[in-house]
Design a binder for this molecule. Structure first.
Ligand SMILES: [Zn+2]
Length: 484
């Protein structure tokens, strides 16, 4: 539509060199429908957060998809069109049909004015867009498009087959998967007592909805389940550096085994150490912290802490920290350390067009950074979306296996934050060795070395620190430890 208006404006400007042939509508004789001839679908993409090509340059894409299509999650399908030589500008009725595995079909129609230029699938304003609600995205769902004249025009007859996509009259499989579509995050509100304020994070229903929508937009999920747990309090000072947040992370990690919490659930603390996000973060801050467990069996490391102010930032921070919990490193943007060497896009960009399943907003791949970097505005890349899906599906697949598992063994977790070791105590927990093997020196009350044990160091994100996991208890006469 916009293109046609532009053409008319240009024609006026240039003094109308040659009138465009206008379709003429003769009196109807044949009741129709009249199939369109001379129009091809050049490109087709599906988007549930990140764009996945289905057809390119009038042929099916045969390379492996870079991201999953999730059953039970809304989708946007965009088509690009290529009119044949001699096409005359006119309205076309497009019929879009969703075919389910049981053979049931649902059809919707739209009328699009098509001039003699290609319809660009990359421009959401001009491309042919169809949305599929979550209920229509099922395992086995296929789609097709057919094209019909809106009247019997008097126009040159073009050679060819009736326009359809796929052109052979079949339907295109979307291949939705129903594996790994549920994400659970349990929120622990943390009361900030250091400044005497007793300030609580925002866990109002409105803010929980902001968080849920931020997570649902960026994660390959059909459902995000947030649950608010009993709170805890901290009485130590939070500065912007994040070491205090690291201490709180340790507390949540130690708390987790005593909670009745599902194995695949992420435990996430939220805290407001100042009045507003801006007041705490304007000069730079550690907004969140977590672990990056490589082994999905290590449920004890599915913990994180982040700021809990009202507003969208809290949602980005949660998506980022829970992303680390899915074994995501940093996308290279904004000076983030511990970057993911395999990250495929320069500057930590998202690489492909985004689409927010909640708001319907189109997200430009240019100038948008991945949620796992430090840059704004952010969204999710197809690379991160796929990796999140892999971890979510792995947890779902492993769940049966862990149901028969015991509560774990005795492990001592020694936190090393800012170069100093903190308290330790043995706890029954599940930890399968991962991270860096290191030797831990044991000291007595007089500072004399009385032995050493082996442990595994797992870093905390965003700070100089982490946790050494040592099997069993430390000997009773150990008063301090030395970590290399
Ligand atoms: Zn991070």
């Amino acid at each position: 539509m916009r293109r046609a208006v532009l053409f008319v404006a240009l024609a006026l400007l240039l003094g109308c060199p040659e009138p465009e042939p206008e379709p003429v509508r003769p009196p109807p004789e044949d009741p129709g429908p009249w199939a369109v001839v001379g129009l091809a679908v050049s490109d087709a993409v599906i988007n549930q957060g990140v764009e996945i090509p289905l057809w390119r340059n009038s042929a099916p894409v045969t390379t492996a998809r870079k991201a999953p299509v999730i059953a039970g999650r809304p989708a946007l399908v965009r088509l690009g069109l290529l009119p044949a030589e001699g096409w005359v500008r006119r309205d076309v009725l497009v019929e879009f049909t969703v075919v389910q595995a049981d053979g049931s079909e649902a059809t919707r129609q739209t009328v699009l004015e098509i001039d003699d230029a290609p319809v660009d699938f990359t421009d959401p304003e001009v491309s042919l867009n169809f949305e599929l609600p979550a209920s229509e995205m099922q395992v086995g769902t296929r789609i097709r498009a057919t094209f019909w004249e809106t009247a019997r025009w008097e126009i040159p007859v073009l050679e060819g087959e009736p326009a359809a996509w796929p052109p052979d009259g079949t339907s295109e499989p979307l291949l939705p998967t129903d594996h790994g579509g549920v994400l659970r995050v349990d929120i622990v509100p943390i009361r900030y007592d250091f400044d005497g304020s007793g300030r609580m994070p925002d866990i109002s229903p409105e803010q929980l909805l902001v968080l849920e929508e931020a997570m649902l937009g960026r994660y390959p999920a059909r459902e995000v389940i947030l649950e608010v747990r009993d709170g805890i309090a901290v009485d130590y000072e939070y500065d912007r550096g994040g070491e205090a947040m690291g201490a709180t992370l340790s507390t949540l990690r130690d708390l987790r085994p005593s909670l009745d919490i599902a194995w695949d659930t992420y435990l996430y603390g939220m805290i407001n150490p100042d009045e507003t996000y801006g007041a705490f973060c304007n000069l730079g801050c550690t907004a969140g912290i977590g672990y990056r467990p490589t082994n999905p069996m290590n449920e004890g490391l599915r913990v994180g802490v982040g700021l809990g102010f009202a507003g969208p930032e809290t949602g980005y921070v949660m998506a980022h920290e829970v992303g680390h919990g899915h074994d995501r490193g940093h996308a290279p943007c904004g000076g983030a350390a511990n970057t993911d060497d395999d990250y495929p896009y320069a500057g930590g960009g998202i690489g492909v067009a985004g689409w927010d399943v909640i708001s319907g907003e189109h997200i430009d791949p240019n100038g948008t950074a991945d949620v796992m970097g430090y840059c704004q505005p952010e969204w999710v890349s197809d690379y991160t979306f796929e990796a999140l899906h892999q971890r979510m599906a792995a947890l779902e697949g492993l769940r049966d296996h862990v149901e028969d598992r015991s509560d774990g063994e005795l492990w001592t977790a020694i936190d090393v934050i800012g170069g100093a070791t903190t308290r330790w105590a043995p706890r029954a927990m599940v930890f399968e060795p991962e991270g860096e093997p290191i030797a831990v020196g044991l000291l007595d009350g007089a500072g004399r070395r009385i032995g050493k044990v082996s442990g595994w160091f797992v870093g905390m994100t965003h700070i100089d620190g982490g946790t050494v996991f040592v099997r069993g208890d430390l000997p009773g006469d150990v008063a301090d430890v030395v970590i290399p």
